[in-house]
Write a protein that binds this ligand. Structure first.
Ligand code: N01
Length: 548
């Protein structure tokens, strides 16, 4: 490392975000003796699992793929469920922080509010919410893609006299729903999980559904310590496998074309995947699910017919599992459900179909839709996030002209490899715009992207580089590749957060790279192996090198 620059900068690397990516990168850099520090505005390590603690919050990936692959971590750690809840996941992150010895390198309850690149010294000047000002040679943002909540914009929302919460801003000491009339707006992954819990606790629950969730059976399992210990025999091969599959799970898409399969073969695949439970019906399906209307419709029909078996209230069948698909199956994120469809059979649960009777306003006492006021005590806004761009855009990261990344992305989704942004030197990010983000299982993506980020930084230092910046042409080409992949697929036919369609006024376009993990890995390592041809690299000054 360069002694002079190192002296000039407080840090070699400043990392933002203590989720899977941030912790991984921090640990790898600490191991390599980099001067590195991490800031997070949450209470402790965990990222999304520190911030999302609404009732029922739990992961949709099997536990053996939803953890770091470092044996030093998994060999002595015990989870109790196949799909663990937020409490266990938070404990796991605390365990990781201690086991890896990285706690001294992290500051919590502190937001990075703004950064400006100081060209003369080749460092980022960073301001934090607690008034600190520090410099770092590199900025690494691991802030997640579902971090920045959408603010409810229903007319009258501020007049409501009861309790109201966004799913991602749930009070840390919980909310009692006992004896309360609860309304949940939104039926995405957050909404479905809250609705399940509210149906068991609230006196009355009203679900406000705009689009039905094509939720899949979870297949939850509980493990004793002995049972979990036995499972560990499969961890090494399974964890190795996750590095090769499309979505970073232990199972993979089937690449045989749908039109080359017999009717019997198609049926057998769908039945097998359905019976496996979890995401297999989605992510171990024929890849044509995402491209071929016929394959997609067959999957939708299968899902619809199986799901309808669970719904007893006649008038809800068409609302929850319509005859015609609301969107191509799997092009809006399905979630894993436990008793989601059964709960609608209870007497204390109603559903308001917002397609027929949209929310008109919120009053002091409740919600008006279809001209009727429903009085409630608690309103839950499970209405999602400004995904992929929201978290980074909320930080005042300025280029040389004073323009923020957020302002740039409002005009154009310009990134190179979903890792760097032209105009913003010495900055890398993970798990956000034009990276696979939620298209690859969290920890799998975090290790893939984290390894690359660390190698990138190491290479810059080995090559004597003081400033790197992604080229605009390469970023335009990456954006086109992301866009073209979207256009080839059925994803563009759904109004989803993948398509940025969930935030009013956001430009509708595919936000993640949907080409899958192997293609993304290949693109990242082609750049690295070829010596970063798509970055403009500026060598250190002669006097800096002489000072080394
Ligand atoms: O948000 P969402 P989420 N009026 O955007 C509705 C991850 N995650 O927080 O579909 C009425 O998916 C909206 O309706 P519609 C995961 O990646 C993971 O649930 O747009 N309704 C939709 O039903 C996930 O995909 C886990 O028609 C309105 C809902 O609100 C991502 O986070 C758990 C509305 C928003 O769904 C986001 O999930 C939780 C309005 N004005 C989250 N605006 C697990 O791993 C929005 N809606 C388990």
């Amino acid at each position: 490392m360069d002694a002079q620059v190192k002296k000039a900068a407080d840090l070699d690397v400043l990392v933002v975000g203590a989720g899977f990516s941030g912790l991984y990168i921090l640990h790898e850099l600490v191991k390599r003796n980099y001067k590195v520090h991490l800031f997070d505005d949450g209470e402790g390590p965990g990222g999304t699992w520190d911030k999302n603690h609404y009732p029922g919050a739990r992961v949709d990936s099997e536990v053996w793929v939803y953890q770091y692959t470092d044996p030093a971590l998994w060999k002595d750690y015990y989870f109790t469920e196949k799909f663990p809840g937020w409490r266990e996941l938070k404990s796991y992150f605390n365990y990781v922080a201690d086991k890896w010895g990285i706690r001294p390198y992290m500051t919590f309850k502190t937001r990075v509010i703004g950064t400006t690149f100081d060209e003369a010294n080749g460092v980022w000047q960073v301001r934090t919410s607690d008034g600190q000002s520090l410099t770092a040679r590199y900025l690494v943002l691991g802030m997640g893609s579902t971090t920045q909540p959408v603010t409810p914009s229903f007319p009258g929302a501020e007049t409501f006299k009861g309790q109201s919460y966004h799913s991602a801003r749930w009070p840390r000491d919980g909310v009692s729903m006992k004896g309360k009339r609860v309304a949940v707006i939104g039926t995405g992954a957050s909404g479905v999980q809250i609705i399940q819990e509210a149906s068991r606790e609230a006196e009355h629950l009203t679900v406000y559904q705009r689009t039905p969730n094509l939720a899949l059976p979870m297949g939850q399992e509980k493990y004793t310590r002995e049972e979990y210990e036995k499972l560990k025999a499969m961890f090494p091969p399974v964890m190795e496998r996750t590095k090769q599959t499309f979505a970073g799970f232990a199972y993979d898409l089937i690449y045989k074309p749908w039109n080359e399969m017999s009717a019997d073969e198609r049926q057998k695949i769908m039945r097998f995947n359905w019976d496996q439970k979890g995401f297999t019906f989605w992510l171990a399906a024929p890849a044509d699910l995402f491209f071929d209307e016929e394959c997609n419709r067959a999957h939708y029909n299968f899902w619809r017919d199986e799901t309808r078996k669970l719904i007893k209230k006649e008038h809800l069948i068409e609302v929850l599992a319509p005859t015609e698909p609301p969107h191509p199956f799997g092009t809006k994120r399905p979630c894993l459900q436990q008793w989601y469809f059964d709960l609608y059979n209870q007497d204390n649960v109603d559903l308001v179909n917002l397609k027929a009777t949209p929310i008109e306003r919120i009053t002091e006492k409740g919600i008006v839709s279809g001209g009727k006021e429903h009085e409630v005590d608690i309103i839950v806004y499970a209405i999602g996030f400004d995904t992929c761009t929201g978290a980074i855009s909320a930080v005042d990261i300025k280029d040389a002209r004073g323009r923020t990344v957020g302002d740039l992305w409002k005009e154009q989704s310009l990134t190179y490899l979903g890792k760097a942004v032209p105009g913003y030197p010495n900055l890398l990010y993970t798990y956000a715009l034009q990276s696979p983000s939620a298209f690859v299982n969290g920890p799998t993506g975090a290790e893939l992207e984290g390894d690359w980020v660390v190698k990138f930084i190491e290479n810059m230092d080995k090559m004597g580089i003081r400033r790197f910046e992604a080229s605009r042409d390469a970023a335009e080409a990456w954006g086109k590749r992301c866009h073209d992949l979207g256009e080839m697929s059925l994803f563009v036919k759904a109004k989803s957060w993948y398509m940025a369609a969930n935030v009013p006024g956001k430009r509708p376009e595919i936000q993640p790279f949907i080409g899958g993990q192997p293609a993304y890995r290949a693109a990242l390592y082609e750049e690295l192996d070829k010596g970063f041809p798509n970055f403009v690299l500026v060598k250190k000054h002669a006097e800096e090198i002489a000072a080394q």
